[in-house]
Design a protein around this ligand. Structure first.
Ligand SMILES: NC(=O)c1ccc[n+]([C@@H]2O[C@H](COP(=O)([O-])OP(=O)(O)OC[C@H]3O[C@@H](n4cnc5c(N)ncnc54)[C@H](OP(=O)(O)O)[C@@H]3O)[C@@H](O)[C@H]2O)c1
Length: 366
């Protein structure tokens, strides 16, 4: 069935990849943009999109509207809001503040209140509420230890950062809206990394940021457990899963799906894969309770405070994402995952010069 789909966060990493898939499935797409109009895919290719005039574009086409989800009526004029509320079949909500280290108000405004406004928009759909696919994160689990299921949300967990906390609250609002009749599906990707075939990623963050500093020897030690795990998934697979969910919307209604790898990587895996690349230095993982006492030089200290501390909580997590309901809708795990995926994405980060070769690379490693 051809759908008229409104995508928030259309210019974002996932939004653009989702739009490309919706387009090839012949759906008609309106992408909400909040800064600039160009939509680029992860590999840098552009998606042709006209400005919204009146009504959805033809099937297989894309147009853009300016919007701000933190504003009343998503920042649309009353006429545009009403027009879109009555003509949209599905909303895919990808817009969010994803960068770490931002002010609490910023996360709250976009990830919580912005999500509320998107829900409001879905609820005003006529004749009945519009279907909503909400892109959350698997890390709403916070610092929870052990299995974390699709139905789980509040397990009394602490959060590693304000981003996770705001995504948790945003997801809670979507769950409340489901109870009030909004036909929603929650998707929880874990940490999105480069393409499964090429390793290409248009934005380096999280794991990449940490390895950039350790591989150059700028930071030699991490407050981390070798046994802790990170769940990483390739961007193309995540976007494929969003598209597949849309193709199975009826079955996925009311469900929460884990877009997680099924084979997380441990800190030991990460250090082992670093060791396979002669240009990368291998960091030493020091248990958190001993870390305060390790000797850091002033440059290391600065990088630790400014950068590593933002991501530090991911280095000691022991969570396992279960995928029982997810497997009913999405049958396959990523074909490239675990250490294979790490090698592919590290190779790309080296090729692009993002991972900087350590100056002392003659076989010596710290
Ligand atoms: N990337 C990951 O590793 C990852 C992992 C798990 C879950 N997720 C979730 O997946 C979703 C997409 O992530 P992403 O990586 O694609 O994010 P992204 O690249 O940072 O893009 C987010 C988009 O949100 C839009 N946005 C921000 N504030 C807005 C506002 N006030 N009004 C309207 N739009 C606004 C921005 O639009 P403009 O560019 O037009 O300003 C931006 O393009 C998010 O919900 C994120 O939490 C991401």
């Amino acid at each position: 069935m051809q759908l008229r789909v409104l995508v928030t966060g259309a210019r974002g990493l996932l939004g653009a990849e989702v739009i490309a898939r919706l387009q090839s499935l012949n759906h008609s797409v309106v992408g909400v943009v909040s800064s600039g109009t160009a939509i680029s895919r992860n590999d840098g290719t552009s998606i042709a999109a006209d400005r919204y005039q009146c009504g959805y574009p033809r099937p297989g086409h894309v147009c853009t509207v300016f919007g701000d989800i933190t504003k009343e009526r998503l920042g649309f004029t009353n006429q545009l809001y009403d027009e879109l509320a009555t003509s949209t079949d599905l909303i895919v909500h990808c817009a969010a503040i994803t960068k770490f280290g931002q002010a609490a108000e910023h996360y709250e405004a976009v990830n919580l209140h912005g999500t509320r406004r998107v829900i409001e928009f879905a609820a005003t759909g006529t004749p009945s509420p519009t279907a909503l696919v909400h892109v959350s994160t698997a890390y709403v689990c916070g610092a929870h230890v052990g299995p974390f299921g699709e139905a789980d949300l509040d397990l009394g967990q602490r959060f590693g950062n304000l981003y996770e906390q705001s995504k948790y609250h945003g997801e809670a609002c979507v769950r409340d809206a489901m109870l009030l009749g909004v036909p929603a599906t929650v998707l929880r990707p874990s940490i999105v990394v480069g393409d499964s075939k090429t390793g290409v990623i248009r934005r380096f963050d999280t794991l990449y940021t940490i390895v950039r500093l350790t591989s150059a020897g700028t930071v030699r030690m991490l407050p981390a457990d070798y046994g802790a795990t990170l769940d990483i998934v390739p961007v193309d697979w995540v976007a494929d899963c969003v598209a597949q969910t849309i193709e199975n919307l009826e079955a996925a209604r009311g469900m929460t799906l884990h877009l997680t790898s099924g084979e997380p990587v441990s800190l030991r895996d990460i250090t082992e894969v670093c060791a396979e690349f002669p240009s990368l230095r291998v960091p030493r993982c020091v248990p958190r309770h001993l870390f305060e006492t390790v000797e850091m030089n002033p440059i290391e200290k600065r990088h630790y405070r400014k950068v590593i501390s933002l991501y530090e909580s991911y280095l000691t997590r022991h969570v396992r994402f279960t995928k029982n309901s997810t497997r009913q809708i999405l049958q396959r795990d990523p074909s490239v995952r675990g250490k294979r995926l790490l090698r592919r994405i590290f190779r790309y980060a080296i090729q692009t010069g993002y991972f900087i070769a350590s100056p002392a690379r003659n076989g010596r490693r710290s």
